[in-house]
Design a protein around this ligand. Structure first.
Ligand SMILES: [Zn+2]
Length: 399
């Protein structure tokens, strides 16, 4: 009796052992197949942000995604379930499904009708843009049905946004209206006000998400030109979809404006003009025109050819702006400062030579200095566009 029990137990353990062995080998086989699938066209980059070499996958949507996007997929768990390609166990059926879909087929389905002006984020963009892109595609299915694009495609949008007060930094709820027909974005101070507090012409408006600088996850910086000077406003909405809808509505308005202003221009020519991220931002020190006033620390923003400086990053107006033209028009950037510069300043100098004068800057670190010089070189190396000569002329004749 005892012997038969021992035998039965031995039999059972052999059985279990072989099952475990089988499972491990199946899993290894499945993992190898998954790795092969990564080599298929489209699967080598994250389906949502384009980052190379995705190591995660949604086995309900059939897409390969990066670690960061897999975290955002977890927020829509009713639609998307994710697993690590390397660390999680996969069944043959799940691998089969990944094989039958993949990033290219998913793109054809979920990005069927993305409007030309719609901002498709990259891995460098803020979390809000990437999360809303994922939700728009898979949760709201905005790009499978044109009616769902109404919030940013109608040419008119109104609603309330929290706007940072110009001088006190306090956020107050303000009514905003975007009207393509009038070619403006405007906001009102009082809820029943008839006259807007500000009218921003859409041809001068730029919108860029700045969560870090503003200190708010949904923080959007809107700039516009008034009398050729740059003005900043800072806004947000608690609802991420609302904020990104505003952003894409502004891009749509810019797109339709530019289509009229530049007839015959291709979509790919117009796309980079819809909204601009800054080439570089950060603190530097600067001197005045005589180079004898000493260096002052300022927040600098390089927006295309405009180098603006502010006392505080969230100031409404730039203290000053420097136009940076092209090499052909006698603009140069040099590392270092001229000899005999007086007073204390940061160690790593930069000199910008324009046709009229020299601008002197000082950076805190050598890395900063390199980055700024590279930013200035980007625009100096690029030939000037006809409309940029008008901007240059304005800066030259500025009192
Ligand atoms: Zn990604």
């Amino acid at each position: 009796m005892r012997e038969s029990l021992r035998r039965a137990a031995a039999e059972q353990s052999r059985h279990l052992g072989s099952n475990i062995y089988m499972m491990a080998s199946d899993q290894e086989k499945n993992r190898q197949r998954l790795k092969q699938l990564l080599g298929k066209p489209g699967n080598g980059n994250c389906a949502d942000c384009g980052a190379p070499d995705p190591e995660w996958a949604s086995y309900t949507l059939g897409v390969f995604v990066c670690l960061s996007c897999s975290g955002l997929h977890r927020n829509i768990a009713q639609i998307s379930k994710v697993k690590s390609i390397l660390l999680d166990p996969w069944s043959s059926a799940e691998v089969e499904f990944m094989d039958s879909v993949g990033n290219n087929a998913a793109k054809a389905k979920y990005e069927k009708i993305v409007p030309a002006f719609f901002y498709c984020p990259t891995h460098k963009d803020c979390m809000l843009l990437r999360e809303q892109w994922i939700r728009a595609k898979y949760e709201r299915k905005e790009f499978q049905c044109v009616e769902r694009q109404e919030p940013y495609s109608a040419g008119y949008r109104e609603g309330f946004l929290w706007k940072r007060g110009r001088d006190n930094g306090q956020y107050l709820s303000r009514k905003f209206i975007l009207s393509e027909r009038e070619g403006v974005l405007k906001y009102f101070n009082k809820h029943d006000a008839r006259e807007p507090k500000a009218i921003m012409k859409i041809n001068t408006v730029n919108a860029t998400f700045q969560p870090t600088k503003i200190g708010i996850a949904h923080g959007l910086q809107v700039t516009y030109l008034k009398d050729n000077s740059t003005r900043n406003i800072f806004v947000y909405h608690e609802d991420g979809k609302e904020m990104v809808d505003w952003f894409n509505a502004i891009r749509a308005a810019r797109f339709h404006y530019l289509q009229v202003a530049f007839p015959g221009a291709s979509n790919s020519d117009l796309m980079p003009k819809l909204s601009r991220n800054y080439i570089k931002e950060g603190y530097m020190e600067k001197t005045g025109p005589k180079h004898t006033e000493g260096f002052k620390k300022r927040w600098f923003t390089m927006d295309d050819r405009r180098l603006m400086y502010f006392k505080d990053p969230l100031d409404a107006y730039a203290r000053g702006e420097v136009f940076i033209g092209s090499r052909e028009n006698s603009y140069t950037v040099l590392p270092g400062l001229p000899p005999n510069i007086q007073g204390y300043h940061w160690q790593f100098g930069i000199t910008i030579v324009t046709p009229d004068r020299k601008f002197l800057f000082a950076c805190e670190t050598e890395e900063d200095q390199k980055d700024w010089i590279a930013a200035f070189q980007t625009v100096i190396n690029r030939p000037m566009l006809p409309q940029e000569y008008a901007v240059e002329a304005y800066f030259k004749h500025k009192p």
